[in-house]
Design a protein around this ligand. Structure first.
Ligand SMILES: *Cc1c(COP(=O)(O)O)cnc(C)c1O
Length: 416
């Protein structure tokens, strides 16, 4: 479709966009287990007000927009304090992937500068997010990928066996995305330290959940800057930080380590160019909206949303396990879980047929494999509809008892 000759009015534009959206996931009803995380009415209002104020601003140069420099500083400081560091320094990015790209790039530069590594490698569990493979692809880092243990956590002795003099980075997740378990971060960070490599905790999902679970009295295994050897952490505000999309934080244990992430250039006709992350021109809107949501919720607000989330997780996990034919993989530590067919049951449910039946009732799950599972990222927005979900789930299980679907594709992310 070529660009239309004559422009549409605002009303026509809004009508056209509304029509386009009819088949989009219905996150506002709490029926979407991932992708959009709903912090409630007042969070929307605050985010929308900030977004409108900063819709046009550009964070490329905080000298032009000092407020955005301050917003970034305050967001990073608040995140560092939640992650128990007085020295951590970092930047806001557009999302978890960009934060991870920055961490991998920093580890590669550090390995080159401090250990003279020319052929950098990183050691990952096969549960580590695809963004690490993207980073490896972009930055020429070789991945040594290690199968997880039976409980889906990273297998530290198997990972130790893959570490060598070229290792610039070891990765652990808190929690990992596919099954929602927290890797043994202290053991993994120690393995990284044994060769002088960096260690990244991927807390894209857990960064704004685990601190509040701990405050709410849950036992949370160690994962943040209190663990010796953790050199960087990613935490996404646009996930369970409940901010609109386009906001994550990458923190390094100190400013010196942060220096390996940045790009400074002074040899073109445009003058001095310094860049904290991957972007050039940089939207101020998601930064301001994230600052607004964090300051609106505060610790109290996050503790309340985390309690709703973890209570909903408990009820969904128990409900799934109590449904004949279904079970949950591993023992989820936070807000994520994977629903799969119970191998001990007399008939095996086709989990993707179940996904189709749920989708027909408006419930959206990511599909993942291996093994075939329906993935759920649970957040406060799902809490009001847990009972309705579980009753639909039971009905769908009987509906699909004898159904097999031919489409085995999984769909965490797609191109078009
Ligand atoms: C979401 C996620 C990422 C990637 O973040 P994006 O914001 O989607 O780019 C990385 N790691 C984990 C564990 C995640 O859940």
């Amino acid at each position: 479709m070529a660009l239309r000759e004559h422009g549409l009015s605002k009303d026509e534009i809004v009508a056209a966009l509304s029509a386009k959206r009819t088949n989009d996931a219905r996150w506002q009803d709490g029926r979407t287990f991932g992708m959009v995380y709903d912090g409630g009415e007042s969070v929307h209002e605050v985010a929308e007000a900030a977004a409108v104020m900063y819709l046009h601003e550009n964070a490329l140069n905080p000298k032009a927009f000092p407020s955005l420099g301050e917003i970034q500083r305050e967001v990073c400081e608040a995140t560092a304090s939640l992650l128990h560091s007085d020295t951590a320094a970092g930047f806001m990015t557009s999302g978890g992937t960009e934060s991870i790209l920055c961490a991998v790039k920093a580890a590669r530069e550090r390995g080159k500068a401090e250990r003279g590594i020319a052929e950098p490698e990183m050691v990952l569990a096969d549960s580590a997010h695809a963004a690490f493979h993207k980073a490896a692809h972009y930055f020429g880092v070789k991945v040594r990928k290690v199968p997880v243990a039976a409980d889906y956590r990273a297998d530290s002795s198997a990972m130790e066996a893959e570490v060598n003099d070229n290792t610039v980075l070891v990765v652990g997740s808190a929690p990992q995305y596919p099954q929602g378990v927290i890797d043994p971060i202290p053991e993994l960070a120690e393995i990284a330290m044994s060769v002088g490599a960096s260690f990244h905790t991927d807390a894209c999902m857990g960064g704004f959940v685990l601190p509040f679970m701990e405050m709410n009295g849950h036992d949370v295994p160690p994962w943040d800057f209190r663990v010796d050897g953790v050199t960087s952490i990613s935490a996404d505000i646009h996930k369970l930080g409940y901010a609109p999309k386009g906001a994550s934080v990458i923190l390094h244990a100190n400013k010196q380590l942060r220096g390996y992430q940045t790009f400074v250039f002074d040899d073109w006709l445009g003058g001095f160019y310094a860049s904290p992350n991957i972007q050039g021109t940089r939207a101020g809107m998601p930064m301001a909206a994230a600052w607004a949501v964090m300051n609106h919720l505060g610790i109290d607000g996050y503790k309340r949303l985390t309690k709703l989330t973890i209570d909903a997780r408990d009820r969904i996990e128990a409900g799934v396990r109590a449904t004949p034919g279904l079970t949950v993989l591993g023992k989820p530590d936070a807000q994520l879980l994977a629903i799969t067919a119970d191998p001990g049951h007399e008939t095996t449910i086709d989990i993707f047929a179940l996904g189709d039946a749920l989708l027909a009732r408006g419930w959206f799950h990511d599909r993942q494999a291996p093994p075939d599972t329906l993935h759920a990222t649970i957040s406060a927005g799902n809490a009001p509809v847990v009972d309705e979900y579980l009753s639909d789930l039971r009905e769908c299980v009987s509906e699909v008892a004898a159904v097999r679907v031919s489409d085995r594709s999984t769909n965490y992310a797609t191109l078009e």
